[in-house]
Ligand binder design. Sequence first.
Ligand SMILES: [Zn+2]
Length: 291
Amino acid sequence: MPELPEVETIARGLRKRVPGDTIEDVWLSGKKPTFKSKPAEIAAAISGARILAVRRMGKHIVFDLERNGGPAGERRSEPERAKRKRKRVVSHHPQWIVHLGMTGRMVVCEADEPVVKHTHAVARLESGRELRFIDPRRFGRLSVESAGGFEAGGVEPLEVDRERFIDLFHARKTPIKSALLNQKLVRGVGNIYADESLFRAGIRPRRRASSLTREQLGKLHGAVQEVLREAIALGGSSISDYVDADGEEGFFQLQHRVYAREGEPCLVCKTPVKRVVLIGRSSHYCPQCQR
Ligand SMILES: [Zn+2]
């Protein structure tokens, strides 16, 4: 399942390739449950729109689009035109939001590349290339929003400052691991990166967030950012694997220090790594290094 660093890598790859290009038209499979917005609504919003930017918000890829002109309107009376113009500010900057789910992929390819099985969206670009969304297991979601309407919830872990991060967690009665996975607090930190961050911060996953000192939470803030940045840096060299059609499948992996290493010696103190289940998810930690 792509986690934040993988989604960031894909968004960066797309950002190098598609901004400035225009989506001429789009084909959508219409298959449920891929389409969170109605396929007709997506087609209407993105067809004819120019891609201004591509960015990541949490684990979503967001295409910021711009639509020029628009139908009719030109011969309308002055007040009517002004009214339409105001409305246009919203509807002429749609956002196309892609959530990759477990197996979703976004590729940029030449139009004559064969369309592979499980392709759910093909956006034909003015440059002659195509932007395709492929998703065998269909946990991915496509939707559109108007003008900055998309809210990913929570704070962005790579942008939130130390104090704000501490304030988010210090009064929480839940285990710190659960709080880290709570998307309403911080968006996009998944199971692997939560375990790795807690290890680096020396905090056990089951510790109540409220029992941690501000200093410990500050350390965790640093660890979360460090782990995510390292993983993004690792992915940087393999961007083409994710967005070029002939790319390999599968994601790069950070060298795990605790995640999925149950019973193996801790890389720091050699104590066997422990596993506990918290809110239905496996958590891995070193009983010696983490307190
Ligand atoms: Zn250890």
